[in-house]
Structure formats: structure tokens, C-alpha cells
Write a protein that binds this ligand. Structure first.
Ligand SMILES: *Cc1c(COP(=O)(O)O)cnc(C)c1O
Length: 223
């Protein structure tokens, strides 16, 4: 086994028996690294740059499920609309509209997660919990026919304070439950994307259904 395959197996062992699925975050790593994980059965890969995503999609097996996890500009949606499986990072209604429009042009429905800002950092994108509840109350999302809101995504503050991380994930979990109860009772609203290499075990204990793990599998990224 290669280092990537050993790392992947270790992470998969941690997820074994849970309800959490792995998004292997392959951004900045070459197609060859993805192929190694693919050979071990991994099929879900996460990317955060549109051009890189599209190039990899063209050159790698067709049964890979590509997830987009980075900040997405509306003018780039059209490039991934034909094939993307899940967009984790919807942070405005304007973006959701554009995804809906491009999905319609491709005759598909695109699954989306709404990104929520729970971290104590200025740099993270996403709706604040209050903004999100307001936007959902306004109900414009109900007019969209080619997108399906399947859950929420969030990032905790980049800190060693595990209690802070836990509390931020807990906030996200509670927001998910509130929205599921009040706005989106449908069973397809079921994904909570939270947890990265350094905090995914905490995220799992707070109810994460998707963890997005990069460096623990593929090693450090060189930008
Ligand atoms: C890069 C990235 C990850 C993976 O981070 P690691 O620390 O390498 O596991 C997860 N989520 C998002 C949104 C990212 O951009």
C-alpha cells in the first residue's frame, strides 16, 4: 500500500460503523494521488477550485462523485453544472439561483448544502444562523425547481481549543435540527457537512454526516 492508501484506510477505520461518509479533499493534489485512493474504493472527492475540478473530472474515472467545497463565484457555476454531485458551499441566494438556472440548462437537479458561518473568524464564508433562518422564512428557495437543499455545511474556528470547536459544531447541529423541524421536513434534508483533518472526530461526535478530509490522507498541500 502507498502512504495515501494507508492514510485513507486509517481514516475509513475511524468512520466504520458510523453514519458519516468521507469526502476525500484532493485539492492541489495531482490526479495520480486521487487514483491511489480510488484503487482503495474511495469514490467521493472534494475540490475547491473550478478549473482544477473540471480538469480532474475529465481525466479520471466517470464513477467518481465530485463535491465542490470552496467559495464559488456565480460566473463559474456553468462549468461544473453538467457533472457536480454536491455543492457544499452555497453562501447566498444569488448563488443558489444561478445553480438552479444552470442545472435546468443541463436538465439535472443539483444537490446543495447551505454554508453557515459559525467560526469566530472573519475569513469564513457563509450565512450567519440568523441570516439563514430569515432567508428560509422568506421562502424564495421554494421557487427553485432544479436544486435540492440537502443540508448544511460549516467550519469551526481554526484553534486548539477543542471545547470551542465542539460548541461551534454543536451550534450547527442545533441549527440543522431547527431547520429540519420548521422549514425542511423532507427526508432528503439529511446532510451535515462538518469536520476536517484536525477536528473531524469532534464533528462526528456532534452528528456530522460528511467529513471533508484532505491533509490527513494526501499529506501537506503545496500551493
Ligand atoms: C481544504 C478544505 C478541507 C480539508 O482540509 P484538511 O485540513 O486538509 O483536512 C475541508 N473543507 C474545506 C472547505 C476546505 O477548503
Amino acid at each position: 500500500m502507498t502512504t495515501i492508501q494507508t492514510n485513507l484506510q486509517r481514516v475509513l477505520n475511524e468512520l466504520d460503523g458510523s453514519n458519516t461518509r468521507l469526502v476525500a479533499v484532493s485539492k492541489y493534489h495531482p490526479a495520480e494521488a486521487i487514483s491511489q485512493a480510488y484503487e482503495c474504493g474511495q469514490r467521493i472527492f472534494g475540490e475547491s477550485h473550478v478549473q482544477e475540478l473540471c480538469a480532474k473530472h475529465e481525466n479520471l474515472p466517470a464513477d467518481i462523485e465530485w463535491h465542490f467545497i470552496g467559495h464559488l463565484q456565480t460566473n463559474k457555476v456553468k462549468y461544473m453544472a453538467p457533472f457536480i454531485t454536491l455543492i457544499h458551499s452555497v453562501d447566498s441566494m444569488r448563488l443558489l439561483h444561478e445553480i438552479d438556472r444552470q442545472a435546468m440548462r443541463c436538465n439535472r437537479t443539483i444537490d446543495c448544502l447551505l454554508q453557515v458561518h459559525v467560526a469566530k473568524e472573519e475569513t469564513k464564508f457563509g450565512f450567519t444562523p440568523d441570516e439563514l433562518l430569515q432567508v428560509l422564512d422568506e421562502g424564495e428557495w421554494k421557487t427553485m425547481t432544479h436544486t435540492r437543499i440537502c443540508g448544511l455545511m460549516g467550519m469551526a474556528t481554526n484553534t486548539d481549543d477543542t471545547e470551542q470547536i465542539r460548541s461551534e459544531f454543536h451550534t450547527l447541529r442545533q441549527l440543522f435540527d431547527t431547520i429540519h423541524a420548521n422549514h425542511m421536513p423532507q427526508p432528503t434534508f439529511r446532510e451535515l457537512s462538518m469536520g476536517m483533518s484536525h477536528d473531524y472526530k469532534i464533528a462526528m461526535s456532534e452528528g456530522s454526516t460528511l467529513v471533508r478530509i484532505g491533509s490527513s490522507i494526501f499529506g501537506d498541500r503545496t500551493y
